[in-house]
Design a protein around this ligand. Structure first.
Ligand SMILES: [Cu+2]
Length: 140
């Protein structure tokens, strides 16, 4: 930890740091709030629909089995690998955290694939109203 000769300087820094923490927390909260609601992709026989999906980081994507065949959701390339069970009905959900492009296939059916893009949560404009960091500590 750093030491300060002047407690006044340390106090000012502490105030600024506290303000930054508040702004950071608000930005995180805004980022989560900005994430779109759940996004659904269907698995038919034998295709994903839609085949191109873009979501914001933090969004939960749900795959819904709508056909009669057994399919799975398998990431073959992307910032994070995950896969569903082999199933013919039901759903599979995954919360997308890492931004990037995910290539997703069904391992049973060649050509049954999709691209899922995860964008970084955009910085919220509402946080600019809270950046009042120039608090002067009382003189002692
Ligand atoms: Cu399939």
């Amino acid at each position: 930890m750093m030491k300060f000769r002047s407690s006044r300087g340390a106090r000012r820094l502490a105030v600024a740091a506290a303000a930054l923490l508040v702004v950071g927390a608000l930005a995180v909260a805004a980022g989560v709030a900005a994430a779109a609601g759940p996004k659904t992709v269907s698995l038919g026989d034998n295709l994903f629909k839609p085949t191109k999906v873009t979501v914001t980081a933090g969004t939960t994507v749900t795959w819904k089995w709508t056909g009669g065949n057994t399919h799975n959701v398998t990431v073959v390339s992307g910032p994070e690998k995950f896969h569903s069970a082999d199933q013919a009905t039901g759903t599979y959900s995954h919360r997308m955290i890492k931004p990037g492009t995910y290539k997703i296939v069904c391992t049973f059916h060649p050509g049954m694939d999709m691209t899922l893009k995860v964008k970084k949560a955009p910085p919220s404009t509402t946080t600019t109203t809270t950046t009042t960091t120039t608090t002067t500590p009382p003189s002692s």
